[in-house]
Design a protein around this ligand. Structure first.
Ligand SMILES: Nc1ncnc2c1ncn2[C@@H]1O[C@H](COP(=O)(O)OP(=O)(O)OP(=O)(O)O)[C@@H](O)[C@H]1O
Ligand SMILES: [Mg+2]
Length: 336
């Protein structure tokens, strides 16, 4: 892939490399389909509402998949840099680079370079304040595209990810709720979207916002799919209430995505302890010196995450089977 030329006279980064990368991705997908090997690799955790569990889920899922032997890259498209807390690398300034590697990647065309490997098999490209410059650039690109009609800027993250696509089994995107340009970048780059949601009205509104962004991204990434909705930090164990919430969420998405049957339970004390120690629930549950009630809650939360990870991996596997079956030449046609 050719690298971007230096900044244009307008002060914007050239996006011709992103256009090339979008085309290259289409060719790769076609080849995968011909080989009967459709791949579902890039997962975006997104919701237009803040505080609904995107980062907690992205970190816990990535760590669990890495522990199961998958090669995982976690990219945080968020200025908050919460992945550093979730995975315990806040103090390591080489890994927690404040978004510098992402800024170089988008603003200077540097190759996607993970800043570190906080768990075996898990590489990270963290977010941080420098993503403000990235967002600003992307908003300018968006405004310019309205005049030129050239929308290749939407593929800048896609282009960067395409360069390391073969190095990983899973590439997880943790997407900021407030930046519509970063959301669009993530959804154009993703194969599937997972939407965490609480049951309150504003989370549901955020979910509908993602659905809208989804439609926009679909124009540039027609294979994008909603994998499902995760009910997050719910404090009800009543099956009937949960079912009602599931029905409402499904209604919000016009039946376009299932709600995963595993909900993540609400246990704030464990969540706080996880971020304080920089451990995901599964790791916290293995700590020896927790008091017994915290230990018990951590074990229950870890169980939720294990079940959810299995559900997500199974849904991905099923989707791959469906795609490959759909691409198989029908026997009568093939022999004709
Ligand atoms: N199981 C849980 N029960 C209760 N609270 C939780 C649970 N898991 C995480 N939390 C807390 O919920 C808050 C939001 O979680 P998180 O940061 O994952 O959401 P987010 O959607 O990524 O937020 P943002 O939009 O700000 O990026 C955090 O303070 C976190 O500690
Ligand atoms: Mg977050």
């Amino acid at each position: 892939m050719s690298q971007p030329s230096s900044a244009l006279s307008l002060g914007l980064v050239s996006t011709s490399w992103a256009r090339d990368a979008l085309e290259q991705r289409e060719r790769r997908k076609q080849q995968d389909a011909e080989d009967g090997d459709a791949r579902i690799k890039v997962l975006a955790f997104a919701n237009g509402k803040g505080g609904v569990g995107k980062s907690s889920l992205a970190a816990a899922f990535s760590a669990a998949a890495a522990r199961a032997g998958q090669r995982v890259l976690l990219i945080e498209l968020d200025q908050q840099g919460n992945n550093a807390e979730d995975l315990g690398f806040v103090g390591d300034k080489q890994i927690a680079d404040d978004g510098a590697a992402q800024a170089r990647m988008i603003l200077e065309g540097a190759k996607l370079q993970p800043t570190g490997t906080p768990r075996r098999n898990l590489d990270v490209l963290p977010g941080g304040e420098l993503l403000e410059d990235v967002s600003e650039e992307l908003y300018c690109q968006r405004r310019l595209a309205r005049h030129t009609g050239d929308h290749s800027w939407v593929g800048m993250y896609t282009a960067a990810i395409e360069q390391v696509y073969e190095d990983y089994d899973l590439i997880v995107l943790d997407v900021a709720p407030g930046s519509m340009v970063l959301q669009l970048q993530a959804l154009v780059a993703a194969d599937v979207v997972i939407i965490p949601s609480k049951s309150d009205p504003s989370s549901r509104k955020g979910l509908r916002l993602v659905a809208r962004r989804f439609r926009e991204a679909h124009e540039h990434n027609e294979d994008l799919r909603l994998l499902g909705v995760v009910l997050f930090a719910t404090n009800t164990s009543a099956t009937r209430v949960k079912q009602k919430i599931r029905d409402q969420l499904q209604e919000d998405l016009a039946g376009n995505a299932p709600v995963f049957s595993t909900a993540i339970r609400h246990v704030e004390a464990v969540a706080v302890q996880c971020r304080t120690l920089g451990k995901v629930p599964e790791e916290l549950a293995d700590e020896q010196d927790l008091d017994s009630s915290l230990q018990q809650s951590a074990a229950q939360l870890a169980k939720d995450y294990r079940a959810l990870t299995m559900e997500i991996l199974t849904a991905i596997h099923q989707l791959r089977l469906d795609l490959n079956a759909a691409d198989e030449p029908d026997e009568v046609g093939a022999s004709a």
